[in-house]
Design a protein around this ligand. Sequence first.
Ligand code: NDP
Length: 443
Amino acid sequence: MKKLEYIKEAVIARNPNDSEFLQAVEEVLDSLELVVEKRPELLKTGVIERIVEPERQIMFRVPWVDDNGIIQVNRGFRVQFNSAIGPYKGGLRFHPSVNLSIIKFLGFEQTFKNALTTLPMGGGKGGCDFDPKGKSDGEIMRFCQSFMMELSKHIGQFTDVPAGDIGVGAREIGYLFGQYKKIKNEYTGVLTGKGLDWGGSLARKEATGYGLCYLMDAMLKDHNLSFEGKTTVISGSGNVAIYACQKATELGAKVVAMSDSGGYIYDENGIDLALIKELKEVKRARISEYVNTVPTASYTEGCGNIWNVACDIALPCATQNELDETGAKTLVNNGCLALGEGANMPCTPKAIEVLQSNKVLYAPGKASNAGGVATSGLEMTQNSIRLSWTFEEVDAKLKEIMVTIYHDISQTAKEFGVEDNFVIGANIAGFLKVANAMIDQGV
Ligand code: NDP
């Protein structure tokens, strides 16, 4: 009989429609069964009941005027999940699919991820159901200004420090920061992912993708493997995917497929990353245009089918639940050796089961994509000491953090008798740090 079933039931009763949030909580609670077996006294502290309930959830109206003079209304969110080990920290997502369940699941995961980085950051997440696709720069700016009008009441360098996520890159962070400065009349490190001329950190843009590869590299080496010569498939073609592709290639992999929400490209000669950057970072174009320049490559409609491309290493870097049981079975049948999550919760629970039962090395996002927030933490440090480190300095710190995370989750998995189960390792290692801080601080 599971000891934490009553907590699961209470969370389901309180959040009946929040499927993504429930998915994330259930996975963590399952891992924590092993902890309460060893430390039953934890149950008396109520720390598990407290950790699954956000400290604060904010929802707000975001009205803005489009280029035709028509008033549009969106819904904004900020979930301040846990501040036991530092100010709330986590990105903002602008995507039409955004709702409270998605923001809550992201904030919950962020709490453990931030703990794993060893930096003093609590967990939070925010966003809006606004769709940046096809909007003019003026529309994006007016939307960001309206969004910050309300968000500014709830954030601050010592309270809550947002960053980017899907649909929020350097341009959006610029407009958000400019508006915050006007409202508050203060210049502080209230956001991360800032421009390099105005408080940003070198290597922040690269950090999540690079960090993913640093952690995977450590994991592969620990199992006498490496990226060298490995055929690799990366879903997505946004910030995380692009820099994962760059670092994986540098480490000797051959990346043969990438995608966007429309479909995927396959290039047996290895992806031309300069072209992807031109299409995605400069032109904001569709990935299908890749084949106009590289006629030997092919484009297939439907992004979910990217997992049909045979590979040794898979790096899902697009969005939640993008890889299901069927995709995982295909990867296994094609001889996939390792999978590292660049996105948050890209694998469904069934997919994870298939991967783990077939001994595919599987790195969960809360560990493997922690490089972005870790470097955001380094950006906060540089803002505080009013100094900028070089690219090499930040990159070296990032690498050290990612390798440390790998050893931490691997060691924890061993201690709890589940060697190479990095899901349990990450959940327990992240949980213990936050839970111990919460217990120290009282109810
Ligand atoms: P971007 O907006 O830069 O890129 C997102 C990519 O994923 C695009 O290629 C996009 O395609 C694709 N995508 C988005 N939504 C869907 C969908 N519903 N179905 C299929 N494809 C989709 O975002 P990021 O690269 O920043 O983020 C990607 C993932 O990584 C997210 O899960 C995010 O939470 C996670 N993450 C990001 C971090 C960061 O530092 N940026 C840090 C840690 C995790 P299209 O352009 O067609 O929409």
